[in-house]
Design a protein around this ligand. Sequence first.
Ligand code: NAD
Length: 252
Amino acid sequence: DRLRLDGKVAYVTGGGQGIGRAFAHALGEAGAKVAIVDLVLAKAEVVAEELSLKGIKSIALAADVSKPEDVQRILDAIVARWGTVHIACNNAGINMNSASEDTSLEEWDKTFNVNLRGLFLCCQAAGRIMLKQGYGKIINTASMASLIVPHPQKQLAYNASKAGVVKLTQTLGTEWIDRGVRVNCISPGIVDTPLIHSEDLKPLVQRWLTDIPAGKLAQVTDLQAAVVYLASEASDYMTGHNLAIEGGQSLW
Ligand code: NAD
């Protein structure tokens, strides 16, 4: 079965909740060992325990993906434990909301540090290991905001950073494909996770619902098969792709 991941080693950043947590469960259920990486160790530990209870080999690691030393430390820890890494799920991301004329440099830098610098660091560190073994699957989390400007969000930094995720994915995806490393990204629409229930975003959810042809928010379960597919041999001929799962929202 080309969708199975038995014997594969994966990690998921931002794995402590929301989409990352769902990705970790899906990869584990498909047979992979999964390192749960999160800024908050306690959250990663809870998810690692959930996986362990299902009989999936899992470890919890703390890291701020925007810090090179943290990223190297988690890759070293995964290699020390399981020998290598085959599947890198670079999913950690943050979302802040402000009118562009009021966006602070702090918000801009923080958003880019996590969403884009963090992704660069993770792709590079995991990519070096994968290139050496001639095999790897990198799955980045972008956003539908990479395709459209969701209305009426005021998310200059977020939208720009997620567009950057797509171009980074396309560039790495084409640069590394002939050495066995595929790089793709998933662009979720509006997904029912703790992120969208933040004080910043809560007021927008009702408005967003009217923008979604599907007429409802995505659940994390709507994304799980996609990450397994992109992590598996079944998608070996696919690289640099941005897979939108957004209930048609990018078409309206
Ligand atoms: P979430 O806020 O529910 O979870 C994100 C997790 O990442 C948290 O556990 C958090 O502790 C962790 N994290 C934050 N900063 C980190 C850092 N610097 N280093 C390591 N971990 C860090 O978010 P979510 O909704 O699950 O979103 C996950 C990804 O999906 C993000 O990249 C987000 O931009 C993207 N996304 C979400 C939606 C949505 O509607 N929820 C839509 C499109 C894209």
